[in-house]
Design a protein around this ligand. Sequence first.
Ligand code: 2P0
Length: 324
Amino acid sequence: MRATAKANTNIALIKYWGKRDEQLFLPMNSNLSITLDQFSTTTTVHIHTDRKEDVFLLNGQQEGAEETRKISRFLDIIRKQTGGQWAATVDSINHVPTAAGFASSASGFAALAAAATKAVGLELSEPQLSVLARQGSGSACRSIYGGFVEWKKGERKDGLDSHAVPILEQNEWDLSILSVLVESKRKKVLSREGMKRTVETSPFYTGWLEAVEKDMQLAKEAIFQRDFERLGMVLESNAMKMHATTLGANPPFMYWQSATFDVMEQVQELRMQGIQAYFTIDAGPNVKVLCEPHNEEKVCQVLKSLPTVQDVFICHPGNGVSYL
Ligand code: 2P0
């Protein structure tokens, strides 16, 4: 009654932005990501049939009531499927550079879904595991698979067709993904709240929905053709459109800080010098820069030389969830 699983985080090239069902974590739009070879979570789940309370340890420290409730709420979905009465000790280690701010619910819930179902003896297919992980945090459903991954939004009300599908294995196309840590002022609208406010109040949200299907199609074509320039153009443009929706929200908000702009401008400058590099940004000030592996040293060096950049971590496509 114990199992360990490891999952890597992922970075969206076409963003998940907005839910059509907040209970089931069903997205408004299909989206697309690369699972990374770094920034992972390793989780061990012990099952106890003689206890009622779940315990959650993160990096060896016992977490408080609020964080533990999130884990218990997720385990409740599995408890419902097994029918039995049990509690769990969830022991998670996040392998993220200290204070890097890249900690991700994606690797966390993907590893927890895999470890908990294995510990209770529930045999799920990968799509079923992806459906389960999605209900912990939307982006977690993509971390079940390695390489390039599409999360199909699905049509059903119960969400059973809303899960990730692999579109290219990690060894089929190597790209460099540079995670750029900038000096952060730390004010933060959590992505969950940010996407909700945007869906409910931003007049630009309908424009997002109109554009994102086309972006998905362009990105998939570029991936199948291994056309880095076309992929880069669409991923950068998709990130810009996601962030544009936040400016129209009420109250408006933005995730970019001045250091974010420094990186964006530097990437555009690199392109003017003939080096193909493109950026994307999630619900925070840090930037991810994509380039081809033969340019990664040069791009990394240039970004590290910016005074507002604290560090750059070089990642490549990595594998999906695994059992240890
Ligand atoms: C993404 N983000 O596609 C988008 C782009 C942030 C910006 O998925 O509410 O932590 O747990 O489903 O998955 C972050 O949102 O949100 C995210 P919930 P999640 O990567």
